[in-house]
Design a protein around this ligand. Structure first.
Ligand SMILES: Cc1cc2nc3c(=O)[nH]c(=O)nc-3n(C[C@H](O)[C@H](O)[C@H](O)COP(=O)(O)OP(=O)(O)OC[C@H]3O[C@@H](n4cnc5c(N)ncnc54)[C@H](O)[C@@H]3O)c2cc1C
Length: 409
């Protein structure tokens, strides 16, 4: 019995090297500038499109052409090792693509996912809009409404979305809205808002602690009308789902289907966790080299156990987190999630990234605290991994419910 293996295959090793080269030569050198500018780094995303990294084909191959599930996480670890803000600018469209793939019909996937990327000559961008000013973790209480105008076969969307990656600058916005508010999360559906649709505008653009090269803004939907064909999954499926949810409301014992946003998050958690590991690894590698070179009291600081043991703990935590990510990615790809392995990987990776980058600042001392060196940026960048795609506490909640089978509040 020697079936179990953590060895990457030839394709994966090649992709890993290819992405690492791009991260090292293009992304990392640009990181400081775009962090300071706090703008979407179009030229870098265009470079990524030119080599095929920012493309529908790459995402489709990384997801569908890989039975292990590991290609996407290892791609993201390398890219985010380069820089998390730029990494998210490159990967952010993937959230919209995942929202479409998770909820759309095959025809909708073929029509809209490529439009989240455009072409190397003219890149396009996608945004996945769920959160609202009063509904982040509590996705079931979204206020954005979608009302069906039967006479015109159109949906009319109204509401405000908060903290949306690529919000307002995207070509394709995927919007999760409430169709039947009394059904809470079970009464929601996802809609495509095509490029140039009237009534969709960008609200405030947020000034952030980290990942500042990634654009984050409010999205305001003011009587946005989209064709009936923009309802992901189609009207029949929605009607069927709503009927089941109404029945389940009357008979609480009956299962009533998943919330669309939740289905997307479940699938994307190991990939988000891998991003955090990329940041942690960057900080670990940098502080290891620094500790070997920096002298205090006449010897390299790494010769003090206090520093060397910190580094030993850092690499151990990073490797442990990566193993959770790879396990979750494999289970997810093979339809074998049993408990909440995706949430476990995200919970651990977020914490490891925050902790490792903080330790890296400690190892660099004063140099760790100033912007001349990258570790303070990595620490600022890392914190988002305890917050988006489900906060630390929400991951704990998902895990606790899965292992207990109880409704933990
Ligand atoms: C940079 C950035 C990019 C983002 N990108 C996107 C995006 O592209 N699309 C999108 O839809 N959203 C996006 N978000 C939103 C993000 O997903 C939410 O901010 C996140 O889900 C948390 O929601 P909240 O901010 O409303 O916090 P809240 O839900 O108000 O939580 C506040 C605190 O209370 C805790 N808490 C809440 N409920 C419970 C509970 N039941 N038990 C225990 N603790 C609880 C939380 O863990 C947290 O510590 C982004 C956010 C940021 C900051």
């Amino acid at each position: 019995m020697s079936d179990f293996s953590l060895a990457l295959n030839e394709d994966q090793l090649q992709i890993q090297k290819w992405v690492h080269d791009f991260a090292e030569t293009v992304v990392r050198p640009a990181a400081e500038e775009w962090d300071e500018r706090e703008e979407f780094p179009y030229p870098i995303v265009e470079e990524a499109a030119k080599i095929g990294l920012y493309s529908f084909d790459f995402m489709a191959n990384a997801l569908l052409g890989d039975s292990t599930g590991l290609t996407l996480p290892l791609t993201l670890e390398e890219l985010f090792w380069g820089d998390a803000g730029i990494g998210l600018a490159i990967f952010g469209s993937g959230l919209a693509a995942a929202g479409i793939s998770g909820n759309g019909t095959p025809e909708q996937v073929v029509e809209w996912v490529p439009q989240c990327y455009g072409s190397p000559d003219k890149i396009q961008i996608g945004a996945f809009c769920v959160s609202e000013p009063d509904a982040g973790s509590d996705v079931s209480s979204l206020r954005t409404r979608a009302v069906y105008d039967e006479a015109n076969d159109e949906w009319v969307l109204n509401g405000t979305k908060a903290w949306i990656t690529n919000g307002g600058i995207a070509d394709v916005h995927v919007v999760v809205a409430s169709v039947e508010p009394e059904l809470k999360g079970r009464g929601q559906a996802s809609f495509i808002v095509p490029p140039g649709t009237k009534g969709l505008s960008q609200g405030q653009k947020y000034k952030k602690l980290g990942i500042r090269a990634s654009h984050t803004a409010e999205v305001v939907l003011d009587d946005v009308r989209v064709p009936g064909s923009c309802l992901l999954g189609g009207k029949d499926k929605l009607d069927e789902k709503l009927a089941k949810a109404r029945e389940a409301k009357l008979n609480p014992g009956i299962a009533s289907g998943k919330q669309p946003a939740m289905a997307t998050f479940e699938a994307t958690r190991p990939s988000v966790a891998a991003q955090a590991i990329g940041i942690a690894r960057a900080a670990y590698e940098y502080s290891l080299e620094y500790a070997k070179e920096r002298k205090a009291f006449g010897k390299p600081i790494i010769q003090n156990q206090a520093i060397a043991f910190m580094l030993a703990d850092m690499i151990t935590e990073i490797d442990a987190a990566r193993l959770l990510v790879w396990r979750a990615a494999w289970l997810s790809r093979n339809g074998k999630y049993q408990n909440a392995e995706g949430s476990q990987s995200k919970l651990k990776a977020g914490r490891v990234a925050v902790w490792t980058t903080e330790r890296a600042i400690q190892i660099l001392g004063g140099y760790g605290y100033v912007r001349e060196y990258p570790v303070e940026r990595w620490h600022r960048d890392s914190k988002i991994y305890d917050i988006f795609e489900g906060t630390e506490q929400i991951q704990q909640l998902v895990i606790a419910r899965a292992i207990s089978g109880l409704r933990i509040e």
